[in-house]
Design a binder for this molecule. Structure first.
Ligand SMILES: *[C@@H]1O[C@H](CO)[C@@H](O)[C@H](O)[C@H]1NC(C)=O
Length: 313
């Protein structure tokens, strides 16, 4: 399609070719006079045009955005390996058997059951209803209790209303889903599951199109997770809403030299990737509706491990 566009865009150039066709007629008349004669001008013009088209195709490819995972496709498993950045060099020996050697990106729609997704979406809605950022991006961290409220954060476990909000079943599902993601990461990246630990921050997010009020509302800047949180080795996301249906914008974008790759959120879709600079990324601004997701982060460093959250008694 891009090639077609480019050729079309070239077509105003072919109006310029009118005088050229005159010259061709001229040289044809010439060749008629002198017998066989090679029409160099015509050959060179053709070659120049071919080169121009090739250059156009090259640059149109360079600005291309590739859909890595579309919302309306059901992906069993998709894994793309990319070469690791230097970011892990110092930790390779330290956390042997866990530090990424095989880097890449994985997407799966078959890991988490619809019922589990619905339960988690429900936890997110219930919890975030107790607070919410005055800007567009709110979080709820069940581990630390951090909940966006206005321009700051409160501890959800200190709120009187939170006591009746969560049940033991909520935490059970949360831990179970975390375990499945952890297992899938270990499987796909060829590491030992026992050496991979859940780490901070792991949280629910709710994004709307409300204008940003604080720096915490600005999620759309390109970044490397391992630069923001040094302890990260593997980052995963579980989407709880459908892109294009429940919200617009809000696609996840990997920034690569040749072309950017988008992951369109889909209910129950798990996306996991190594956290170093081989996976520079950002999330597009949400322009309509509400986008819910969970960020589940993993480290190989036991010092940074966090416990699964439990129901407070
Ligand atoms: C990828 O996205 C970044 C950030 O929006 C942008 O600056 C860059 O031009 C994009 N790259 C390509 C190849 O389209």
């Amino acid at each position: 399609m891009t090639v077609k566009q480019r050729t079309n865009r070239k077509s105003p150039g072919s109006t310029n070719a009118v005088p050229r066709s005159d010259t061709r007629n001229g040289s044809e008349r010439e060749s008629a006079r002198s017998g066989i004669r090679i029409d160099w001008r015509r050959i060179i013009t053709r070659m120049l045009m071919m080169t121009a088209i090739m250059v156009a195709v090259y640059f149109s490819k360079a600005n291309k955005t590739v859909q890595f995972a579309k919302q309306d496709e059901e992906i069993g498993k998709k894994f793309v390996e990319i070469s690791c950045s230097e970011d892990y060099a110092e930790e390779l020996r330290q956390f042997r058997g866990c530090t990424p050697r095989k880097c890449g990106r994985m997407v799966s729609d078959s890991l988490i059951k619809p019922g589990e997704v619905a339960a988690l979406r429900n936890i997110a809605e219930r919890g975030l209803a107790l607070g919410g950022s005055s800007g567009g991006a709110s979080i709820l961290d069940l581990h630390s209790g951090a909940l966006s409220q206005g321009n700051a954060f409160v501890n959800i476990y200190k709120l009187e209303t939170s006591r009746k909000i969560f049940t033991g079943e909520d935490f059970k599902i949360y831990s179970h889903v975390k375990g499945k993601i952890q297992h899938a990461i270990a499987d796909h990246f060829g590491i030992d599951k026992g050496q991979l630990y859940l780490t901070h921050p792991t949280f629910f997010s709710r994004i709307t199109s409300a204008p940003p009020k604080t720096i915490h509302d600005e999620y759309w800047h390109p970044h490397v997770d391992k630069e923001t949180y040094e302890s990260f080795h593997y980052t995963s996301l579980l989407y709880l809403t459908d892109y294009g249906q429940e919200f617009e914008g809000g696609r996840f974008v990997f920034i690569d030299k040749d072309s950017n790759k988008t992951v369109e959120p889909r209910r129950g879709r798990v996306s996991a990737f190594t956290s170093g600079s081989e996976n520079l990324h950002y999330v597009e601004q949400v322009t309509r509706g509400t986008r819910y997701a969970i960020t589940v982060s993993f480290t190989c460093d036991p010092k940074h491990a966090i416990e699964d959250p439990k129901l407070e008694r």
